[in-house]
Every structure is written in structure tokens, then in C-alpha cells.
Design a protein around this ligand. Structure first.
Ligand code: NAP
Length: 258
């Protein structure tokens, strides 16, 4: 089979959470460029409308659905809206996420809950709902959870984030095991640092320069660096891959410092 055919997503319906900025925008564009109809989910409706317009301007198909990933009723409405627009979602990219910084001993309970609810609880509930619907429709499908190198190694000041992302990696394996026989594959991508809204402050200044020096490839990631891993995991090219976490980090994880 030719490579282009192997990665072709024509006929697939993809739902991308956190599609209003950063990596999620690129994930949605990449999926649309390769033939999938795409549902864009996040809280900021104006941003989603702009992403939808851009995708449609390039000949793609998209629907924008404003929803908070922590709101279970909104989640049901989002999946219903996708089905109405395009049919059962056969690809879920569980990408919405928030960050925090601050030492563990000072971390407020609300901050711990905010990060864990968005970065771990919601990842489970959206994957669970997507899988339920894929099983009911007998479509099979692919779920990709966005973890982080901080799910594999840790640095100071990110206890809630790192804990949630480590959970995402285990969750991915557990779901993969239960769903493999039903034709639903579940994988994760663990990106290194990519400059987006979530990381702009964190990666700036002298700290950013020092962090960049620790990356074996000598640069931060770009959104497009994740196109390949994403396409592999959602397409026929990755048909025998499940439970895996693809690390895309310029070699950073082998050099993480505490
Ligand atoms: N950038 C990096 O270096 C990096 C590295 C490793 C992993 N990651 C992971 O990659 C993912 C995307 O991050 P990013 O860098 O693209 O950050 P970003 O630019 O801040 O984007 C985060 C996205 O998540 C959405 N979101 C946050 N909370 C939400 C909620 N409660 N309900 C719905 N949507 C919500 C935001 O949309 P709204 O605000 O409009 O709701 C936004 O679209 C995250 O899971 C992050 O942990 C990023």
C-alpha cells in the first residue's frame, strides 16, 4: 500500500478536545488535511469558530462545539452533536489540558482538583464515552491521549500536572487492553516542550534558554513535530499499535533534570 493511502483518513470522524489553541489546533488541522471530518471542542467559542473557518477555507469539514471537558452533560451533548453532523466519532484526540506551577507543599486543594479533573478525570470520561459509542456503532476506532514527558520524568513545581500525565499513560494501557479485541485502539503521545499558551511563560527568559540547552536536539518542539506521531496512531499505518506511548521530545526525556 502506498504511504499516502496508509495515512488517509477519508471517511473518519475525529473529535479533538482543546482545539481552540496550541497543539489542539494543529491536531485538528492535520486530521482535516488528511481527510477526516473534525469536531472542535473547547470552551472559547470564538476561537473554535476561527479554527473551523480556517479548516473549511482549506477545503476541510469541521464543526465547532463549545464545551468544558469537565462537564459530563456537555460531553454527552458534544458527542451527540458530532453524530448529528458527521456520524459516530471514530477518532478521539484527548488533548485539552491545563498547567500549574508551584511547590507541592504550597499547592491549594482547588488547584490540585482543577488540574486532575481536566488532565486526568476528563481524559478518562471522554475516552470512555467515545469507546462506548464506537462499540455501539461497531465502527472500531482510535483514541489518542495527550500525555507529556512529565508523565515519565518529573521536574520541581509540577506535582499535579506530572501525576495526571503519568495517570494518562497508565490509563492508556488499561483501556487499550480492554478494548483491543473490539477494534478500538488506545495510544498516547508524550510531547516534550512546545511553545504554546500553556508553556509560553514557563519556557521564556533564562530558564527557557537553560531548558533548551538540555534538549539533545537543541530546540523546543513545534506543533508540526507531532503530525507524524498523530497520523501514525489514528490511521491504518498504526493498525497493530495499541497501548503505546510515543515520546516526541527531541531526546529530552533521557535528559530530564529534577
Ligand atoms: N505545549 C507543551 O509543551 C506540551 C508538552 C507536553 C504536553 N502538552 C499537552 O498538550 C495539550 C495541549 O496543550 P497546549 O500546549 O496546546 O496548551 P494550550 O495552548 O493552553 O491549549 C490548551 C487547550 O485545552 C483547552 N482546555 C483547557 N481546559 C479545558 C476545559 N476545561 N474544557 C475544554 N477545553 C479546555 C483550551 O481551550 P479553552 O481554554 O478554550 O477551553 C485549549 O484549547 C495539553 O494536554 C498539555 O498538557 C503540552
Amino acid at each position: 500500500m502506498a504511504a499516502a493511502q496508509m495515512f488517509d483518513l477519508a471517511g473518519e470522524v475525529a473529535l479533538v478536545t482543546g482545539a481552540s489553541s496550541g497543539l489542539g489546533v494543529r491536531f485538528a488541522e492535520c486530521l482535516a488535511e488528511n481527510g477526516a471530518a473534525v469536531a472542535l471542542v473547547a470552551r472559547r467559542a470564538d476561537r473554535l469558530a476561527a479554527v473551523k473557518a480556517r479548516i473549511e477555507g482549506c477545503g476541510g469539514r469541521a464543526v465547532a462545539i463549545a464545551a468544558d471537558v469537565c462537564d459530563r452533560a456537555a460531553m454527552q451533548r458534544a458527542f451527540d452533536a458530532v453524530e448529528q453532523a458527521f456520524g459516530t466519532a471514530t477518532i478521539l484526540v484527548n488533548n485539552a489540558g491545563v498547567a500549574h506551577s508551584g511547590r507541592a507543599v504550597e499547592l491549594a486543594e482547588e488547584e490540585w482538583r482543577r488540574v486532575l479533573s481536566t488532565n486526568l478525570d476528563a481524559v478518562f470520561y471522554w475516552a470512555q464515552e467515545a469507546a462506548r459509542r464506537m462499540l455501539a456503532a461497531e465502527t472500531g476506532g482510535a483514541i489518542v491521549n495527550i500525555a507529556s514527558v512529565l508523565g515519565l520524568g518529573v521536574s520541581k513545581g509540577v506535582v499535579a500536572y506530572a501525576t495526571a500525565k503519568a495517570g494518562v499513560i497508565q490509563l492508556t494501557k488499561a483501556l487499550a487492553l480492554e478494548l483491543a479485541f473490539k477494534g478500538v485502539r488506545v495510544n498516547a503521545i508524550a510531547p516534550g516542550w512546545v511553545i504554546t499558551e500553556i508553556t509560553r511563560d514557563f519556557l521564556s527568559g533564562e530558564r527557557g534558554a537553560a531548558m533548551k540547552r538540555d534538549i539533545p536536539m537543541g530546540r523546543f518542539g513545534e506543533e508540526r513535530d507531532l503530525d507524524g506521531p498523530l497520523l501514525l496512531l489514528v490511521s491504518d499505518a498504526g493498525r497493530y499499535i495499541t497501548g503505546a506511548t510515543i515520546v516526541a521530545d527531541g531526546g529530552q526525556v533521557v535528559a530530564l533534570k529534577g
